[in-house]
Design a protein around this ligand. Structure first.
Ligand code: HEC
Length: 168
């Protein structure tokens, strides 16, 4: 009885404390509903492979990029028949949107390759909300990724070039 009362009281106190104590994140993460949502978001980002494109150097280093640099977008372009796309700075984006706006974008906005947007649309709303809360928890950092370039406009920086589909 007593323990559950303490647990209930601390679940109200902890989100506030956790917001102040980022270095204690590991401890906070298992302690309150909000922290559990953030932890779920971190898990989904990891199994969803989001860092592979949205975090500079992530794939090349075998994932050895500190979490504070995750999802800040990349200047590496992806050129193909769709033009040239850049993996967005998701942390800045989430910081500028409400959860509702972010969910609407993730569920309905078609995106260009190689963004696996059909996977994003297949995510349950509560999982998308968890990813959003995780992005908000990380906070905005870094510059916006370069703007999308339409077909025929050559990128000025490095780009991975995808061939046109066979037969086209
Ligand atoms: C294979 C590379 C790749 C992976 C993996 C990837 N993305 Fe992306 N993402 C991109 C690219 C490139 C764009 C830009 C697409 C465009 O310009 O239409 C993008 C765009 C987005 C956008 C839209 C941003 C905007 O401002 O319109 C969101 C949201 C997003 N990604 C979330 C995610 C999440 C969440 C994951 C993991 C589940 C993920 N991405 C995995 C490459 C990737």
């Amino acid at each position: 009885m007593k323990t559950s009362r303490i647990a209930r009281r601390s679940s109200r106190l902890l989100p506030g404390l956790c917001a102040l104590a980022l270095p204690l994140a590991g401890w906070c993460a298992s302690s309150s509903p909000k922290a559990e949502q953030i932890e779920r978001g971190r898990y989904l980002v990891r199994v969803g492979g989001c860092n592979d494109c949205h975090t500079p150097g992530y794939g090349a280093s075998g994932g050895k990029v500190p979490e504070r640099q995750w999802l800040t977008g990349d200047t590496l372009g992806y050129s193909g028949p769709w033009g040239t796309t850049y993996a967005a700075n998701l942390r800045r984006q989430a910081a500028e949107m409400t959860q509702r706006q972010w969910l609407a974008m993730a569920q309905h906005q078609p995106m260009r390759p190689p963004m696996p947007w059909t996977s994003l649309q297949a995510m349950a709303p509560r999982d998308l909300a968890a990813v959003y809360q995780y992005l908000r928890w990380l906070g905005p950092q870094g510059d916006a990724a370069p703007r999308y370039l339409p077909p025929g406009t050559p990128p000025s920086g490095p780009a991975v070039v995808f061939p046109a589909p066979a037969g086209s």
